[in-house]
Design a protein. Structure first.
Length: 125
């Protein structure tokens, strides 16, 4: 369960410098375990390369909601930064969710890496 958001530049910078990087097609996840503390803290980063302000804010809202719904946390504490890449601009909510679940699953923050939970409908004909 997510307990808070990283807001201080100092904390976010520490995750970027010392954390483990997990790459995906749409997102990057920087993960830094905090074994001495409880709770999971996160932030979402979307650079200006992704698009204008409306696009960036929409992506941030979507990614925060995905993390809120799907992140179960792990044993102990952790900080992570979820960074959107330019291809995320054209992705649907479900594509973003699948990408985020894959990355969160690699770190143990989401159950089963989202396998079997995200289903896309097949087009008929």
């Amino acid at each position: 369960m997510v307990t808070g958001r990283l807001r201080k530049t100092r904390d976010i910078g520490r995750v970027f410098r010392n954390g483990t990087l997990h790459r995906g097609r749409l997102l990057r996840l920087y993960f830094l375990p905090r074994p001495t503390e409880a709770g999971v803290r996160f932030t979402v980063v979307v650079s200006a390369k992704v698009g204008g302000a409306v696009c960036r804010n929409r992506l941030k809202r979507r990614l925060r909601e995905i993390v809120r719904q799907e992140c179960t946390g792990g044993v102990g504490g952790a900080d992570f930064v979820l960074a959107a890449l330019p291809p995320a601009r054209d992705a649907t909510f479900w594509e973003l969710r699948a990408a985020a679940l894959e990355l969160l699953g690699r770190t143990g923050l989401a159950p089963s890496a989202g396998r079997g939970r995200v289903r896309f409908r097949q087009r008929e004909g």
